[in-house]
Design a protein around this ligand. Structure first.
Ligand code: UDP
Length: 367
């Protein structure tokens, strides 16, 4: 009998397993894929660590979490500074003085602010109700039309006016010449890829790959289950289906040492079908002779595809809260991660949530 059956070897499951195995608990980790690491998994291709399920850039302001991940890999000093291509124009992201200078020919913060104020005049948005209104009221129509609308509608497959405002708040707006996408204190990419982190986290824990939860769920093999798959799947869609966004990648190995000069290039116009191109070598300042690129296409999730993003619109949020009530009544199951908690989590927040879950478990056992 195991103490914990942990379904999914992504960040939540692997951190939980590491902590509990370290406390002498018997854990079994299963994953339906043939590898560990969930969507953080990286794979060596042509000597380059390829982020197989999309770019993962570690960033956090939580020193404890930064110290924690640094125990499992050495992180480099990569700073994410994507550029956006709209037609034949190229802009720096996030929205900063470089972006405004290119867009309007302004040089100083006060000129940029005056330009934005001019753009906002006549919009009359007092309380932004959705992503479109939020974006328009922050940066005005020029930036919205060129850098936000097309990209966002491709990524989410929904109109900006139907999406929640908070999504765009992930993107900073600043009046300095600073292209650092994140405002967090700590940032980097693990030198040698993410997979090593999971190998170390799972060392000493029993692991079964290519194993679906459905094969084990009726066998009482553990006192508790930690479930990091889709919460609606766990409850066999009893209350209806939650929606997810999926991503499809077209990978190419190219016989050039530098294809686009940057790890991340966003394509923000609606007429280019992909949202971005990732050139993986630049995450680790690679000097290989060739390069690997991934064109990223966003798609509605359907059975058989990989779910990536929860969709936090009104319908899904309401449905999730019903599932969360069901989850709350199951004292034998802990739900975790982006899919188990249906939350647009960054990696640091997932680790924090897993550590919190461990602490809650330990407290419960003491009571
Ligand atoms: N976004 C945008 N234009 C860009 C990049 C991002 O409008 O060039 C918006 C878009 O709405 C997106 C959100 O910012 O959904 C968050 O983007 P982020 O890059 O953080 O998404 P992730 O890396 O998590 O896919």
């Amino acid at each position: 009998m195991y103490d914990y059956l942990i379904v999914g070897s992504g960040l939540f499951g692997a951190v939980f397993a590491y902590e509990m195995t370290g406390r002498g608990r018997r854990c079994l980790v299963i994953d339906r894929r043939s590898h560990i690491g969930g969507n953080c998994y990286t794979e060596l291709v042509e000597g380059i660590n390829v982020h197989k399920y999309g770019a993962h850039i570690f960033h956090t302001s939580d020193r404890e979490i930064w110290d924690y991940v640094n125990r499992f890999a050495e992180f480099n000093n990569y700073i994410n500074s994507p550029v956006a291509i709209y037609g034949d124009e190229l802009y720096n992201l996030p929205f900063n003085m470089n972006t405004f200078s290119k867009m309007w020919g302004v040089k100083t913060p006060s000129e940029a602010k005056a330009k934005i104020a001019e753009q906002l005049a006549g919009l009359n948005i007092t309380k932004p109700e959705n992503l479109e209104e939020q974006a328009l009221s922050l940066v005005g129509p020029d930036v919205y039309e060129k850098l936000i609308k097309g990209y966002t509608e491709k990524q989410w497959g929904r109109k900006c006016s139907e999406l929640p405002a908070f999504i765009i708040k992930r993107l900073p707006l600043r009046f300095t010449y600073d292209n650092n996408y994140f405002t967090d204190r700590f940032q980097g990419i693990p030198i040698g890829g993410y997979t090593q982190i999971f190998e170390k986290l799972l060392k000493g824990t029993e692991l079964r790959l290519d194993t679906d939860y459905s094969a084990l769920k009726n066998e009482k093999i553990a006192k508790k289950t930690v479930f990091t798959g889709c919460i609606d799947e766990f409850f066999e869609y009893g209350l209806g289906r939650l929606e997810y966004r999926s991503v499809r990648f077209e990978n190419e190995i190219l016989d050039t040492d530098n294809f686009q000069g940057n790890a991340v290039v966003n394509y923000t116009s609606a007429d280019i079908p992909y949202t971005r191109i990732i050139e993986h070598k630049h995450f680790e300042f690679g000097t290989q002779r060739s390069t690997v690129i991934s064109r990223e296409y966003s798609a509605e999730w359907c059975s058989g595809a990989e779910p990536y993003y929860p969709i936090n619109d009104g319908r899904n949020t309401a449905l999730y809260s019903e599932y969360a009530k069901l989850a709350g009544s199951r004292r034998d199951v802990i739900f975790g991660g982006r899919l188990g908690m249906y939350r647009y989590f960054d990696m640091d927040k997932v680790i924090r949530a897993a550590l919190d879950a461990v602490e809650a478990e330990m407290k419960q056992r003491m009571e």
